[in-house]
Design a protein around this ligand. Structure first.
Ligand code: AMP
Length: 213
């Protein structure tokens, strides 16, 4: 499959992408994960991105597009990809259309995960993420806690609250989403590529997406 997952932070894009990739071995490409790994590794991209990310602001389009062009040229993307957190702005979406044409890749559709602000706030403040970059398992202190507090069940690394998941940063991320990313809903609707799904459970979303493929 070649799809984009659109939706506010906390809509469950990462969880849905992880479930979908086992459907046909498409690769899950999360710009947030790539950036967090770059920050951790201290690469020039990471050093530049860190301040934006900690505040909950968007990283500039030029950095994101350079990074995504490199990623999309890798062989594993030919069989399929699930974009999670990209594109985030209209200029990114325009640049993506050009890039896909250039690489001769065709999008199936864009999935819009619909979820209310209260649900998002609750989900994000209670989310814990494994710090091991090759694991990155996601937990929730209420609905899916780790067996041992703060330790990933799968790999034993620390599972922590991300620095951009404080209430202040989350409110800023939601505002940024409404201002810069939500316009993509109309953008893809107008292109006839949008499929909206109520994101109550990730299993229900996966079912709707796979049956639409
Ligand atoms: P995410 O894990 O998708 O919520 O992304 C975490 C942070 O990474 C965001 O709050 C942004 O600072 C940055 N980021 C991720 N994807 C993008 C993107 N496509 N454009 C700009 N910034 C991004």
């Amino acid at each position: 499959m070649k799809i984009i997952l659109l939706g506010p932070p906390g809509a469950g894009k990462g969880t849905v992408a992880n479930l979908l990739k086992s459907h046909d071995n498409s690769v899950h490409i999360s710009t947030g994960d790539i950036l967090r790994n770059a920050v951790k590794a201290g690469t020039p991209l990471g050093v530049e991105a860190k301040g934006y990310m900690d505040r909950g602001d968007l990283v500039p389009d030029s950095l994101i597009m350079g990074m995504m062009e490199e990623r999309l040229k890798e062989d594993d993307c030919q069989k399929g990809f699930i974009f999670d957190g990209f594109p985030r702005t209209i200029p990114q979406a325009d640049a993506l259309t050009e890039l896909l044409n250039k690489l001769d890749l065709k999008l199936d559709f864009v999935v819009n995960l619909e979820v209310g602000k209260d649900v998002v706030l609750d989900r994000l403040t209670t989310r814990r993420t494994c710090t091991n970059s090759s694991c990155q398992a996601i937990y929730n202190t209420k609905s899916n806690p780790t067996k041992v507090d703060g330790i990933c069940d799968k790999c034993g690394s620390p599972a922590i609250q991300r620095s951009d998941e404080t209430e202040e940063a989350i409110l800023n991320r939601l505002e940024t989403y409404n201002k810069s990313t939500a316009p993509l809903i109309d953008y893809y609707e107008n292109k006839g590529q949008l499929k909206s799904v109520e994101a109550l459970t990730s299993d229900a979303v996966v079912k709707e997406v796979t049956s639409a493929l």
